[in-house]
Design a protein around this ligand. Structure first.
Ligand SMILES: *Cc1c(COP(=O)(O)O)cnc(C)c1O
Length: 434
């Protein structure tokens, strides 16, 4: 890297330059434990900062509405080939601007407004776009909720099946934002088949775990798989959709359509929802896919879960309770239902000390969603920095110190904040200047 990473901004826009410097320091000196974050590589950042941001390419490779797309066609095809190879998918669309727009396209491709959709409520670990009432998905479609058992914190697939048979939704989401266990896509597929429902997996949070083979791949079982390219995949902030080409329910739900499933998804993304694709972001996605195909990336995916398990064990050793009793993913949810302080109190106190997570509902939570009884913490960023199981012991110690001093946090925060900054500086995250 050259000594100065942003020479033009430094000279010509000191305000933005200064904010980038501040954000870089924050990224280098805190324990970033928001489960949906990691670090994009230099390569991804460079591709996203490239001249591809200048180009208009409405349409798809070989069928654009603007001239001059000889190079961008190659770029989009490269991203598509790498993405299909990575997941073993028949079809991919790399144009969604982010995960939520990708999910919007899923609805547009296979449902009609008013259709029933089975999904996990946000309060139980699902995503906004799975039918939550304040999102388009809950306003225009009818959410049939299912969620983890309030006692065990785990999904009971018999219960999921009962709800599905009773309500007969047209689509089932299998995907979560705050659930610490492996989803059984094969059982979801059996349930969906029984009621002629589409099965859509949303792997935004866990794609690297699938690539690493720690979690099963939903691709063979699902009609569509939605994902983000950021989060633990370490690509740019964007979404992509994997799918089968043919629609197994074409004659039942789309008897007069001349478009198959893959074509309906593409048409839902463009022109259904979006205009010109963000080619600089697709460049970043292509390079993120290349890295995700490496053995090094698989090791990273495996280490994410090892670290989460080590952190969970270290916290339970120190007397903490975890929602669902532990983790077999990248995240854990501290359960503070029995404590006097709330999840929000704890996440604020942790952040003051340099441990950045978020407050989160726990199964059976009786506190309001604005304060909650839980804190969600994830390991993708720490793993990207190079931390392993041993470091998780230290992290658990800091979390414990913070939670024991919630009431006088301002007295100890500066000391812990400094310890954590010094500790983080011993590691090097992808994409961070030296
Ligand atoms: C993060 C997430 C998304 C959406 O991502 P955005 O890019 O923030 O719109 C979709 N589904 C799940 C399960 C997620 O966790």
């Amino acid at each position: 890297m050259s000594a100065e990473r942003y020479p033009h901004l430094k000279v010509n826009d000191a305000e933005v330059y200064d904010l980038i410097q501040q954000q870089t320091t924050y990224e280098q000196t805190t324990l970033k434990m928001i489960a949906s974050e990691s670090y994009a590589s230099y390569e991804v950042l460079e591709a996203c900062g490239s001249v591809f941001t200048n180009k208009y390419c409405e349409g798809y490779p070989g069928a654009r509405y603007y001239e001059g797309n000889e190079v961008t066609d190659q770029l989009e095809n490269l991203a598509r080939e790498r993405g299909k190879q990575l997941f073993g998918a028949e079809h991919i669309n790399v144009q969604p601007y982010s995960g939520s727009p990708a999910n919007q396209a899923v609805y547009r491709a296979i449902l009609k407004p008013g259709d029933k959709v089975m999904g996990m409520p946000v309060s139980e670990g699902g995503h906004l776009t799975h039918g939550w009432k304040v999102s388009f998905s809950g306003m225009d479609y009818v959410q049939i909720p299912y969620g983890p058992d309030p006692i065990t914190g785990k999904l009971d697939m018999n219960r999921v099946r009962e709800i599905a048979l009773q309500e007969r939704p047209k689509m089932i989401w299998a995907g979560t934002s705050a659930y610490p266990h492996i989803l059984n896509y094969s059982e979801f597929a059996d349930i969906a088949k029984e009621i002629d429902a589409y099965l859509v997996a949303d792997i935004a949070h866990i794609n690297a775990l699938i690539i690493a083979g720690v979690h099963p791949s939903p691709v063979p079982y699902c009609d569509i798989v939605s994902s983000t390219a950021h989060k633990m995949l370490r690509g740019p902030r964007a979404g992509f959709l994997l799918s089968k080409i043919e629609d197994r329910y074409q004659s039942k739900y789309f008897p007069t359509s001349k478009f198959n499933l893959a074509q309906r998804i593409d048409r839902a993304v463009f022109p259904g929802l979006q205009g010109g694709p963000h080619m600089h972001i697709i460049a970043g996605m292509a390079t993120a896919f290349k890295f995700a195909l490496s053995d090094e990336f698989k090791a990273y995916g495996q280490q994410i879960v090892k670290n989460a398990k080590a952190l969970a064990a270290a916290l339970m050793d120190r007397g903490y309770e975890l929602a669902g009793g532990g983790t077999d993913t990248h995240l854990l949810i501290l359960d503070f239902r029995k404590k006097e302080f709330t999840g929000k109190d704890a996440s604020k106190a942790l952040a003051k000390c340099g441990i950045i997570g978020n407050f989160n509902m726990v199964p059976g939570d009786t506190r309001s969603p604005f304060v909650t009884s839980g804190v969600r913490l994830g390991t993708p960023s720490l793993t990207s920095m190079g931390m392993k199981e041993n470091e998780m012991q230290k992290v658990a110690d800091w979390i414990d110190r913070v939670c024991c001093h919630i009431n006088n946090i301002d007295e100890i925060a500066p000391t812990i904040r400094q310890e954590i900054a010094d500790f983080c500086r011993q590691f090097k995250a992808p994409g961070m200047s030296e």
